[in-house]
Design a protein around this ligand. Structure first.
Ligand code: ADP
Ligand code: MG
Length: 360
């Protein structure tokens, strides 16, 4: 590795689980370590909802909405990594999708960088493959511009990787540019790692001398179960086949719409239960959030009150140089709300809407 600076932009997602005793508790759904999105657009949603409340004559309520600006926090992390790279003329490269559906979210972060006099370019994998190279010191150049930081908003689903794109990824990975994320950090965000982190003793080993912190983190974990071959996996697979509605079956995928529930979960587990194919999934206790009534404003859908559930994301940004943590901060929040009939899928999948928490 020729770069000792690491930049992480994470979003840890939670739902309010009502549990058996009825006391609501935040339970982690997952942590996103690559292309965690909507930090930009959600920096605007509190203003939108504040305005709506004012129009309705609810200024008092409007004044109580929490300020929220993840775009700035994310950009501060990127800016810090750029500074540590140490070249005034080097740029930040956003690695973007082939078809750019979420460009305005990304622009919010980009604008924060330009306003700090940091140049930003946007490129696709294909363009990196065709026009990217490393010099003898493994400095990365794309279209002749030196790249200090690569910020991935792409590259988290297998279909992003044909042979050329793999080669582009390898080029970026080997380069001196700071990667957000590097490959190890991306893998740390998989469902499998989430499940392994929840094993008794693991957090405690990773946070030595922080028993209280470990306990607080552990309290946000729902039950997570390995489907590795062996007795432990056999046992939980049998339980899930018998009671599929207690669980969610998760493959190692990102982006929404991949999880299996209920009858479908049962059928898939039946099919793979005796083969190593089952190890590509994990099982998770299904969280049962308390629904609330709300209006979802979506293009081409009638406006009607419906039963909704919300998912709260907390952005975290860190910069590490070797063993030294240079920056490690919460950067704001994201609330996504959807109708209860959608078990899976977020805003990008066309199911959820951006929302604003209102504390009571
Ligand atoms: P992805 O990486 O595809 O976003 P997630 O783990 O976030 O995968 O799951 C996608 C969606 O499925 C979540 O936004 C949530 O609505 C639902 N979901 C995931 N895990 C659970 C769970 N344990 N209980 C209830 N719903 C869940
Ligand atoms: Mg998710």
């Amino acid at each position: 590795l020729c770069q000792s600076v690491f930049l992480g932009i994470n979003r840890s997602d939670y739902m309010f689980d009502c549990g058996l005793d009825g006391a609501p508790a935040l339970k982690q759904i997952e942590i996103n370590t690559i292309a965690a999105s909507f930090g930009g657009l959600t920096s605007r949603t509190a203003a939108v909802h504040g305005r709506v409340l004012k129009v309705l004559g609810r200024s008092e309520e409007a004044s109580r909405l929490l300020p929220n600006n993840p775009a700035r926090g994310l950009a501060l992390g990127i800016a810090r990594a750029w500074e540590l790279y140490g070249s005034q003329k080097a740029v930040v490269m956003f690695l973007v999708e082939e078809v750019q559906r979420n460009i305005f979210d990304q622009r919010c972060v980009e604008n924060e960088l330009w306003s700090r006099d940091i140049r930003v370019i946007r490129r696709r994998f294909r363009e990196v493959f065709e026009r990217g190279c490393l010099d003898a010191a493994r400095r990365l150049y794309v279209d002749g511009q030196e790249v200090a930081v690569v910020y991935y908003r792409e590259g988290y689903v297998p279909k992003n990787y044909d042979q050329q794109n793999w080669e582009a990824r390898l080029l970026l990975e080997r380069s001196r540019a700071v990667k957000c994320p590097d490959i190890a950090t991306q893998l740390a965000g998989t469902k499998k790692v989430q499940q392994e982190l929840s094993r008794p003793g693991t957090l405690e080993r990773l946070l030595p001398g922080c028993a209280q912190a470990a306990a607080r983190i552990r309290a946000t974990f729902a039950g997570l179960y390995s489907l590795d071959m062996g007795e432990e996996g056999d046992r939980i697979a049998a339980v899930a086949i018998a009671e599929p509605d207690r669980f969610v079956l998760k493959p190692q995928r990102e982006g929404g719409g991949n999880n299996l529930y209920g009858e479908e979960l049962r059928q898939v587990l039946e099919k793979v239960k005796d083969s190593p194919e089952r190890t590509s999934y994990i099982l998770m206790d299904k969280i049962k959030p308390q629904p609330s009534m709300n209006y979802l404003l979506r293009a081409h859908s009638p406006l009607q009150v419906s039963e909704c559930i919300s998912e709260l994301g907390i952005f975290g940004v860190y910069v590490r140089q070797g063993k030294e943590m240079v920056m490690n901060e919460a950067a704001g929040h994201l609330l996504r709300t959807k109708a209860i009939e959608h078990a899976d899928g977020g805003v990008a999948a066309g199911v959820a809407v951006l929302d604003t928490p209102y504390l009571v």
